[in-house]
Design a protein around this ligand. Structure first.
Ligand code: G3P
Length: 224
């Protein structure tokens, strides 16, 4: 399973890249606004900066909702850098645009997916990635992981090439559950990736190993 980091924060993207486990980045207008990135030119420059930090795919979301607008905006975003993936909302005009981009060889990420039916449409339209938002389903008392299982199952039966990019991940347990479900990608806050490191038995075990190692590194005269 690939790890993407779901942020527009350059420091966090660098930190995830330094860890050596980063495969890509996803952003959305809310994440850009959170970093204070405003204005058309600044937003475009920011996408390029992200592409210069990582070597994998970087999702940049369109804000148009009509077919021609999505196509124009998506082509402009895709021309910024070869790593850019055009993020398109799961709406009627978006599905049409996914087919257009697919025919032109432009990579896409179909976002705001909350049902297997929507995921089926995204795959039929040739999306490169589909983004089911599992955390937001959990928020309304529906099991987001069930949806990941369902989409992975449907795609495997028909050999769809669209990759399941589990999004709206909130915790390390979400990441592990996505791996169990067979998601192709998990896009996560950096904190959830770092939380995968944690286990109290690792901490206590390491403390004991280091304490024991000290016994062998003390000068021989101190041993008796
Ligand atoms: O990738 C989608 C993600 O940014 C949404 O996450 O936590 O706002 O539901 P969240």
């Amino acid at each position: 399973m690939k790890f993407f980091v779901d942020t527009a924060n350059l420091d966090q993207i660098k930190e995830a890249e330094d860890l050596g486990v980063l495969d890509g980045v996803t952003t959305n207008p809310s994440l850009m606004a959170k970093e204070g990135i405003t204005g058309h030119d600044n937003i475009l420059k920011h996408y390029v900066k992200i592409c210069e930090i990582v070597s994998g795919d970087v999702s940049a979301e369109v804000i148009s909702t009509d077919y021609n607008g999505i196509v124009d905006e998506g082509e402009m975003l895709a021309s910024l850098h070869k790593q850019i993936v055009v993020k398109v909302p799961m709406i009627r005009e978006g599905v049409k645009a996914l087919r257009y981009f697919s025919n032109k060889g432009i990579k896409t990420n179909c976002t705001l997916v909350f049902s297997a039916g929507q995921a089926l449409l995204a795959a039929k339209a040739g999306a490169t990635y589909v983004s089911p938002f599992l955390g937001r389903l959990d928020d309304i008392n529906q099991d987001g992981i069930d949806l990941i299982h369902q989409i992975v199952h449907i795609y495997s039966m028909y050999d769809f090439k669209t990759q399941v990019l589990a999004a709206s991940i909130r915790s390390p347990l979400h990441i592990v559950r996505c791996a169990e479900a067979g998601a192709d990608v998990a896009t996560c806050p950096l904190s959830a990736i770092l939380d995968l490191l944690k286990h109290p038995l690792t901490d206590s075990g390491l403390a004991k190993f280091l304490a024991d190692a000290k016994k062998f590194t003390e000068p021989a005269s101190n041993k008796f």
